[in-house]
Ligand binder design. Structure first.
Ligand code: ATP
Length: 835
């Protein structure tokens, strides 16, 4: 065929494919418009139900009508919440199953963020979490299952703007093309988008290895280990949504908790779940796990290691025991001019009897107070008795008393000093006296966790005594000392939680009333707990500690009265979600807990997390190679075997969706040095320039850094459509100089930082985040500051999605030298001193 003829054929076939593309777009637009119409209708219906209440069916009692209303409004509120966040990209995929052997066409399904049905209850949109949607995520050219085609739909608002098709026609593909990447075109288009400072969901392009994580079963502990950018966070969040969809009966009432490393990170991920139609997941940092405390301050590495270690459980235990005192001289208190005494031996017995009560300190205290008051009342009675006894003896022995009176008096002498009523009244009277209360408080005070720890840390003497009992050296005891006014740190929170366990609730009347009410609910809760155990499948796993867990413990302790709920929900402003109720309650037992950046949790933090989930249904997400917390994990087994010995399972994610290959090669060099046993994840992206290295002296940062930032912002096209983010990640030593050089940039882990184009961060603050361009300042300082030599540099380098620049002062650290030497981009755009 001549070339002109070939051109004509090519252009005809291009025209034909253009026409069929337009026809396909039109067809999909029609369908997608129907789907949005349905969404609008459902939203209207839910809003009407909330506004006007459900249509009444008539008949039944008033109570029944109220209950029905309660259930319907609750459902409507939830539905509306779910329908509100899913507008963007509501329908993103379509799967066509191959024709069956009988020649009938295969089924076609549209996949979206939520499920929708038409008026005839026929499925219009399949929820991405439903089983029917699964082939969309798992089909690859090598194993397409029954799929003939997968189609990705790209929407701008409600308009279909592009279609990507994958036809699973293996014969037409070379072996090399039979990639395992699912929906490559759609995936790469997503990955190349500029960053906005907020994570978005990846529901349209979930990969097969991530799908296995997302859809893993609910029971037990699943560890997801993966290098940077492998989508651990995003997969964990999709997993939360999947579990809520699949196990709604259990999880809606007990809730799902996501624990993350810091407040900025939580803000970074917060829109993912609403985008998936889920609004009822509690998000918290470790510093927020103790209700009423929002700790963000960090300790020095030495104190963080100390406070993160398990000896702290012993320290807190010893601190509580130290507040149950028996003075050498016993108890002496002046009441009504009379000195009342309880001797040491008696007090020891009273203390031991209280301690034997298997209850927390504040509950044991009630028995202690009761017994001490007994002893004081008795002492007072005995003293009175002695006072009256002597004159009486004299009268009796004088022989001047008539016989009948003598008998009466002798009889009275044999009677007990006080009957029950006398004793109770005497004790109540004593308890009203301030000196008596103060004296008892000295021996066994009522304590909050905050008071216990603040007083302990401020008291060198107590620290020395209690510290020695917990096996702390004198240097460690001294390191814990601090003024009681100091704010709580993140490392303190697990200690507060530990203390709360040992202290129990305060003994106020309201608390007792609450507990009595809770007691009344116990029966139904126990029944519920059993259902929970059955439905999570834990029973069938035969996990021993579950058998030991009291069913009551497992029960959701806060079953809301349906009528209350209805009335509150009618006024939606007051509606409390499961997540909100759970977050306010330290003893809430969640149905599932997801821990992200889990390598950062200390041993003590794990104790706190495990208390929140007695069923041990957890997803633990992290990367051992990125551990920056000196008290964090060196291996998963070291942290988890204590709670689920040998029974946690691990899934690895091996593909890096964030960092382009050229940057990843530098990161891999660093990884070899810091964690030689870890394999770096394979990058999907092969775009973008190689990383640049610049030598800028510390005193030149003020002049050079702003120019570098400007030119990088131009490179990433920052500002267009709100996209384009740059981070300067500096060593602790250069942080202040960098901030001074970039006075207009946001700094630190604040929510505002995410909204700004340029942010200055420490490596710790950059954890979990990503930016189009990253400038790493002072790699040598970062390596020197990493507790295990280099992890922090690995984290900093792998934050970049497009461009990486390394700014150093003297000689480039060894760890970077191989790869960076002779790099073409060694000179900065404005040309300061080259490397
Ligand atoms: N299947 C996917 N489709 C599209 N984007 C994805 C996919 N998986 C991951 N990504 C993107 O890759 C980036 C990295 O994901 P994520 O932050 O979850 O990784 P990570 O493993 O938690 O990383 P790190 O350990 O470094 O914090 C994010 O921008 C995320 O949206």
């Amino acid at each position: 065929m001549g070339s002109r003829q070939a051109d004509i054929v090519k252009s005809r076939s291009e025209n034909a494919s253009e026409r069929s593309r337009e026809a396909a777009l039109r067809e999909e637009q029609e369908y997608v418009s129907r789907v949005y119409e349905r969404l609008d209708t459902e939203r209207d219906q839910a809003e009407r139900t909330l506004r006007e209440g459900p249509a009444t069916r008539g008949g039944g009692s008033v109570l029944q009508a109220r209950l029905e209303r309660a259930v319907a409004t609750d459902e409507a509120a939830r539905r509306l919440d779910g329908l509100t966040g899913v507008e963007r990209g509501l329908c993103f995929g379509r799967i066509d199953h191959a024709a069956g052997g009988d020649g009938r066409p295969g089924d076609t399904f549209y996949i979206g963020r939520i499920g929708l049905r038409d008026d005839d209850r026929e499925p219009l949109l399949i929820d991405w979490r439903a089983t029917a949607a699964r082939p969309f995520y798992t089909a690859t050219p090598t194993s397409p299952g029954t799929l003939a085609r997968r189609r990705h739909l790209h929407l701008r608002l409600r308009e279909v703007v592009r279609i990507d098709d994958e036809v699973f026609d293996l014969d037409g593909l070379s072996a090399a093309d039979q990639s395992t990447i699912v929906g490559e075109a759609a995936l790469l288009a997503t990955l190349r988008r500029g960053r906005t400072g907020r994570m978005s969901d990846v529901v349209a392009t979930i990969q097969a290895e991530q799908d296995r994580v997302i859809r893993a079963g609910l029971p037990g502990v699943l560890v997801v280990q993966g290098g940077p950018g492998t989508g651990k966070t995003v997969a964990a969040l999709h997993r939360a949504a999947y579990l809520l969809y699949t196990h709604r009966d259990v999880l809606e009432r007990r809730g799902v908790l996501v624990v993350g490393p810091n407040a900025t990170f939580m803000r970074y991920i917060e829109q993912v779940l609403p985008g998936l139609g889920e609004t009822d997941v509690a998000l918290a940092t470790v510093g927020e796990l103790f209700p009423g405390v929002h700790a963000t301050a960090a300790e020095t590495p030495e104190v963080a290691v100390l406070k993160g270690g398990l000896r702290m459980a012993g320290l807190v235990g010893a601190a509580v025991a130290d507040r149950q005192r028996v003075p050498d001289g016993g108890l002496e208190v002046v009441s009504d001019g009379m000195t009342l005494r309880v001797d040491r031996e008696r007090l020891l017995k009273i203390r031991d009897r209280a301690r034997e009560l298997r209850a927390p300190h504040n509950v044991q205290r009630r028995l202690f107070v009761h017994d001490v008051l007994d002893a004081l009342a008795l002492d007072r009675a005995e003293q009175f008795d002695r006072m009256t006894d002597e004159p009486l003896e004299q009268i009796l022995s004088s022989g001047s008393v008539p016989e009948w009176l003598q008998e009466l008096l002798e009889e009275a002498e044999d009677q007990p000093l006080m009957d029950e009523t006398d004793l109770r009244m005497a004790k109540e009277a004593l308890w009203q006296e301030a000196p008596v209360r103060e004296a008892i408080d000295e021996l066994w005070p009522e304590l909050t966790p905050q008071r216990l720890l603040a007083e302990l840390f401020a008291d060198r003497e107590a620290l020395a005594k209690v510290g020695a009992e917990a096996g702390l050296t004198s240097a460690e005891q001294a390191a814990l000392h601090r003024p009681s006014s100091r704010e709580w740190t993140v490392s303190d929170v697990p200690l507060l939680d530990e203390a709360a366990e040992l202290l129990g609730a305060l003994d106020d009347a309201a608390e007792r009333a609450r507990r009595r009410a809770a007691e009344r609910e116990r029966d139904s809760e126990e029944r519920y707990a059993r259902e929970v155990i059955q439905s999570t499948g834990i029973e069938t796993l035969g996990i021993p500690e579950i058998d030991q867990v009291d069913a009551r413990e497992l029960a959701e302790r806060h079953v809301e009265d349906a009528l209350d709920l209805a009335e509150r929900q009618h006024d939606r402003g007051l509606r409390l979600t499961t997540a909100q109720r759970a977050a306010a309650d330290r003893e809430w037992a969640y149905g599932h807990v997801i821990v992200d950046e889990a390598q950062e949790l200390s041993e003590m933090a794990w104790r706190t997390v495990m208390r929140r989930v007695p069923t041990r249904s957890l997803t633990v997400v992290g990367d051992i190679a990125q551990t920056g917390n000196p008290a964090g994990a060196r291996s998963w087994g070291a942290m988890l075997d204590r709670y689920v010995p040998g029974r946690w399972r691990e899934q690895r994610l091996m593909v890096n969706y964030r960092t382009p290959a050229a940057i990843m090669r530098v990161a891999a060099d660093v990884l070899v040095r810091v964690a030689p046993d870890q394999i770096p994840p394979e990058p999907v992206r092969d775009d973008g320039p190689p990383p640049a290295v610049l030598r800028i002296a510390a005193d030149e940062l003020g002049g050079e850094l702003p120019r570098l930032v400007e030119s990088e912002l131009a490179e990433i096209g920052a500002g267009r459509a709100g996209e384009g983010r740059l981070a300067v990640v500096a060593s602790a030593a250069r942080h202040a100089a960098v901030r001074a050089a970039l006075p207009d940039a946001e700094a630190g882990a604040t929510p505002e930082a995410l909204d700004s184009q340029v942010v200055v961060l420490t490596t710790e603050e950059s954890k979990g985040l990503e930016f189009d361009s990253v400038i790493v300042v002072d790699p040598a300082g970062i390596v020197a500051g990493s507790p295990r030599g280099g992890q922090d540099l690995y984290v900093a380098i792998t934050r970049a999605t497009r461009r990486l620049t390394i700014v150093h002062e003297g000689v480039l650290p060894d760890i970077l030298r191989t790869r960076m030497a002779g790099d073409p981009r060694q000179s900065p755009p404005s040309g300061p001193s080259g490397a």
